[in-house]
Design a protein around this ligand. Structure first.
Ligand code: GLU
Length: 419
């Protein structure tokens, strides 16, 4: 038991134990790799619109300080807790190491339903959260970014709050900002674009024609919507999408650009069409070429894994597949090509890294340079994962995490144990 124990942290710990066994890491070295270096809990009081005061609980976990500043998103959701944030921070560490970024993993969040408070309250909460975090973060200490329930506007408020404190603009304190506040071209699209790019690569390798291929996207937030849009642009037929309000299905393919505009305007898929309504629970097990879980953790359990009918599982969310489901996927390795989360959704943090570099240098890039470099990094990591999986005869997830963990371990070993 640790202070982090709970379903999501336990899952990250279980996955790590599998990798540690695979890499024959001695038992006495394991806690040093797995347990977060720092965790902060803060109380964020705000004045509600009705004049009352309400306190929200906020968290930030910095998992690994060995490879550079820590990096990771901030999540605003009612379910956010210390254990979930810690697990997500751990996954960020393996992810950053896998794609070769000079970062350790972090994650933060506030336990709040952002859609249940007013815009003024959301701004007050965002600013107060950053204010409480000022002693613990910094451009060379810990750099935040968006995650579920947060967006460019919230990143702008974070940056402004930090900057007001220091008396000058510090753009490099957070990534995923609007362009007008030091953001980079291509960040908003980066995660979904990377997911679609890797899925396309696998379809090509499997000799499945993009034109006529089908996809299902579960989750239609920033990641899912851009993944769907990009797949649609490649000629893939997106036959179903879902979000927390429901699901839509069309055998002949949904009009994704239209759906995208609807979600942008209304904040969700709700109200788009009553004829296309579909059972959201049945979305994951639809027959398709590419399945993109782009919502929350642990949606694919052992039972669903047995019933999956996709050729490619492109994990856009963090931790969508449980270790029990992994055992099933392992049996089905020839049927289902897994692009594991820390590879599949790494485009987001890769372009966050580009944003940080541009802010530090005050030298900004063209969008095609951003996208080209993102794809280059994803291609390299993809090659390494597939080669490693083949060499060791292991699942893609094991190969990806093993590369990440190995790099973290190498950095810890060479730096030594202080004192
Ligand atoms: N929240 C995103 C992730 O889980 C992005 C993190 C970042 O850009 O720093 O990868």
């Amino acid at each position: 038991m640790t202070v982090y124990s709970g379903p999501v942290f336990d899952m990250a710990a279980k996955q790590f134990a599998i990798i540690a066994d695979h890499l024959s890491i001695p038992l006495d070295e394991r806690d040093r790799l797995l347990l977060p270096k720092r965790a902060v809990t803060v109380s964020c009081p705000i004045r509600r619109d009705d004049g009352t005061v309400m306190v929200f609980e906020g968290y930030r976990v910095q998992h690994l300080l060995t490879r550079g500043p820590t990096k990771g998103g901030t999540r605003f959701a009612p379910t956010v807790g210390l254990g979930e944030v810690a697990a997500l921070a751990i996954w960020m560490s393996w992810k950053c190491a896998l794609v070769g970024l000079p970062y350790g993993g972090a994650k933060g969040g506030v336990s709040v339903d952002p859609s249940a408070i007013s815009k003024r309250e959301l701004e007050a909460l965002s600013r107060r959260y950053m204010q409480e975090m000022i002693p613990f973060v910094g451009p060379h200490t810990d750099v935040m970014a968006p995650d579920m329930g947060t967006n460019e506007q919230i990143m702008a408020w974070f940056m402004d709050t930090y900057s007001m404190h220091y008396g000058h603009t510090v753009m490099e304190i957070v990534t995923g900002k609007p362009l007008s506040a030091g953001g980079t071209l291509g960040r908003r699209e980066a995660t979904g674009r990377g997911v679609a790019y890797l899925a396309k690569r696998v379809l090509n390798d499997l000799a499945i024609n993009l034109n006529g291929a089908t996809a299902v996207v579960q989750g239609f937030g920033n990641v899912g919507s851009f993944a769907a849009l990009e797949l649609h642009r490649y000629g893939v037929k997106v036959i179903a999408v879902s979000d927390h309000t429901g699901a839509l299905y069309s055998a002949s393919g949904l009009d994704i650009p239209d759906l995208f505009r609807h979600a942008e305007r209304h904040g969700s898929l709700a109200g788009y069409s009553s004829e296309l309504q579909y059972d959201p629970r049945a979305v994951l097990t639809l027959a398709c070429d590419v399945l993109v879980p782009a919502a929350i953790e642990r949606v694919i359990d052992g039972d669903i894994a047995k019933r999956l009918r996709c050729r490619v599982l492109a994990e856009a969310a963090n931790g969508p597949t449980t270790p029990e489901a992994d055992l099933v996927l392992e049996q089905r390795r020839d049927e289902i090509f897994l692009i594991p989360d820390i590879l599949c959704n790494a485009g987001g943090v890769v372009v966050s890294y580009f944003e940080w570099v541009q802010d530090l240098q005050q030298l900004f890039w063209e969008e095609n340079e951003v996208t080209q470099r993102e794809c280059q990094i994803l291609d390299r990591a993809f090659d390494q994962v597939v080669t490693r999986a083949r060499r060791d005869n292991v699942a893609h997830r094991t190969a990806a995490s093993a590369i990440g963990v190995e790099r973290v371990r190498a950095a810890k070993t060479v730096r030594g144990l202080f004192p």
